[in-house]
Design a binder for this molecule. Structure first.
Ligand SMILES: [Zn+2]
Length: 98
């Protein structure tokens, strides 16, 4: 199964489980690469990384950083949307428990 690279405007096919095509992955700063890889492996089970704020923050930072470097207009990405959902749920939980 293959999927498309997550960089904005990129249609390159990437292997399943790969965040971006080679070209774009190498544009991601090393510290973000590390967070993405570590959190992805740690939360792989049941797609837990899709609700892991650390993972989602690193992904959206990587996507937005590449878009900026390539001069693409700022656009929303799916990780930013997921992150907002996670943060909204977390805020609701912390206020709901009072
Ligand atoms: Zn790409």
């Amino acid at each position: 199964m293959s999927r498309a690279c997550d960089a904005i405007g990129c249609t390159c096919a990437t292997a399943s489980g790969r965040f971006m095509c080679r070209k774009h992955w190498f544009m991601v700063p090393a510290d973000l690469q590390r967070v993405i890889n570590t959190r992805y492996r740690a939360c792989r089970k049941d797609f837990g990384f899709l609700s892991d704020s650390e993972y989602l923050k690193a992904c959206t930072a990587a996507i937005q950083g590449i878009a900026k470097a390539e001069g693409k207009p700022a656009a929303d990405d799916s990780y930013a949307r997921l992150l907002r959902g996670v943060e909204t749920r977390a805020a609701r939980l912390s206020t709901g428990s009072q």
